[in-house]
Write a protein that binds this ligand. Structure first.
Ligand SMILES: Cc1cc2nc3c(=O)[nH]c(=O)nc-3n(C[C@H](O)[C@H](O)[C@H](O)COP(=O)(O)OP(=O)(O)OC[C@H]3O[C@@H](n4cnc5c(N)ncnc54)[C@H](O)[C@@H]3O)c2cc1C
Length: 419
């Protein structure tokens, strides 16, 4: 399953498999944004860090996603405020903005060439949703002094999209978008240059003890701290977090390169786009003017046999004018969601840190998670604790039954979108 990202990135560096025994201050499992950002931020603070990756760097969602870098978490800020009060809500809002600026600063500081662009637009796919997004802009403006969002009503929609599918939109000028795999490879290079050791093809089979001994098939790392950065790919590695996250598969296509005129007619402001559907559609232009369109998901092991036509169905609902446009690539990836769509951070036995469940907001939030865990391991854990104290329930049915119950729920909401 070749992705456009793999085809358009420079050759990724190769790292050895772990064999024998190594010692580190911190061992990190997983080399996506969470693991790489944790590694980089820890190395900058002087820690000796080893990253163990089961496959290759950015094999997971970090090498496959839509590349949208939005502000905030996957819950409306007014809901966050009514659930947790203004003080926590303000901290979370500030951290959401810092997450976006952390991505931008890493790109600038380390010269990561990843097609960085500005702006994200959220579209209402039902007339009844317009009031809500307009009110949210007003709320953020008044309560959080955030002035970077503009409401676009139906009669101006053609200024921002070449489609009649939507009724109103929220244009966030503080959001970013980028080429996700180039960004991940840039983080890996920055981490290695800062002294981090990465091992690929080194799946962690288990760990125990304090200091923790982390075992792969052919080696082991002894470390004071362990960071679990596996998100949707974690499977049963840590039984204590089973049931708090659910892996889901999501799919993307890339069209052939479009003429500059056609590209500009679809996305006049060259922003990232997404809509209000429960199973969201999200799209943007690549550096070479392909439409990168994400749509559709499934909740089982395995991907559809023909991802290109699976996603094309969603794309044509937004842009019927692309019916004769060739689809060059189709691919999928796995992400982790939580029950309330807030991230699930925590600490087990004092020295095992888990950071996951970004619920589709992982590009900024996973990057920021790495900064937070480095801060916490260095002894300054107040901000990590705010995230870790957010209540995240277990999926109904517990570990064993979470699939059937949740799948039924997800399918119900997906169906509701159609009516
Ligand atoms: C199709 C798709 C589109 C998305 N679009 C967006 C978007 O536009 N914007 C956004 O913000 N978010 C998006 N997301 C979510 C985002 O990509 C993720 O939240 C983010 O990449 C998570 O990063 P991570 O490092 O935590 O996990 P991953 O990048 O998934 O990395 C986890 C790594 O852990 C490794 N691993 C697992 N188990 C072991 C083990 N036992 N031993 C060693 N290694 C192990 C895996 O091989 C994997 O490489 C999307 C996700 C998908 C799948």
């Amino acid at each position: 399953m070749a992705s456009y990202y793999a085809a358009s990135s420079p050759a990724a560096p190769k790292f050895n498999e772990l064999s024998g025994s190594e010692v580190a201050d911190v061992c990190i499992v997983g080399a996506g944004y969470t693991g790489l950002s944790s590694a980089l931020h820890l190395a900058k603070r002087g820690y000796k860090v080893i990253v163990l990756e089961a496959e290759t760097v950015a094999f997971g969602a970090s090498g496959r996603n839509g590349g949208h870098v939005g502000t905030g978490l996957n819950m409306d800020q007014d809901d966050i405020e009514s659930k947790f009060g203004h003080e926590i809500a303000q901290s979370l809002w500030n951290m959401g903005l810092e997450a976006v600026s952390t991505v931008k600063n890493l790109i600038l500081d380390y010269g990561i060439d990843c097609d960085l662009k500005h702006g994200g637009i959220h579209f209402a796919h039902k007339p009844g949703y317009c009031k809500g997004i307009e009110k949210e802009i007003e709320f953020l403006n008044k309560r959080y002094n955030f002035n970077d969002m503009e409401y676009i009503p139906r009669n101006r929609i053609n200024e921002i999209i070449g489609s009649d599918s939507y009724y109103g939109a929220q244009w966030n000028k503080a959001s970013l978008h980028l080429h996700p795999l180039k960004y991940a490879l840039g983080l890996a290079k920055a981490a290695v240059d800062a002294g981090v050791t990465i091992y690929e093809h080194s799946r962690v089979q288990g760990y125990s003890g304090t200091p923790v001994v982390v075992k792969t098939t052919n080696g082991q790392v002894t470390a004071n701290e362990l960071v679990l950065a596996c998100n949707g790919y974690i499977e049963d590695l840590e039984p204590k977090i089973n049931g708090y996250i659910m892996p889901i598969n999501n799919f993307i296509l890339a069209t052939e390169p479009l003429t500059p005129e056609l590209a500009a007619s679809l996305i006049p402001k060259d922003t990232a786009m997404e809509d209000s559907r429960f199973v969201i559609n999200y799209w943007k232009l690549s550096g070479d003017n392909r439409l990168i369109f994400g749509g559709g998901e499934n909740y089982r092991r395995g991907f559809p046999s023909n991802i290109k036509s699976f996603v094309q169905h969603y794309m044509l609902k937004v842009y019927p004018q692309l019916v004769n446009t060739q689809i060059d690539y189709g691919w999928g990836g796995t992400l982790a969601i939580t029950l309330n769509r807030l991230p699930h951070f925590g600490r087990i036995n004092g020295n095992i840190w888990h950071l996951h469940g970004y619920s589709g907001h992982g590009v900024p939030t996973a990057t920021f998670a790495g900064k937070l865990v480095a801060e916490a391991i260095s002894g300054k854990h107040e901000r990590f604790d705010i995230m870790a104290n957010l209540p995240t329930g277990k999926f109904p049915g517990g570990t064993l039954l979470r699939w059937p119950g949740m799948v039924a729920g997800m399918l119900y909401y997906a169906m509701r979108d159609r009516f």
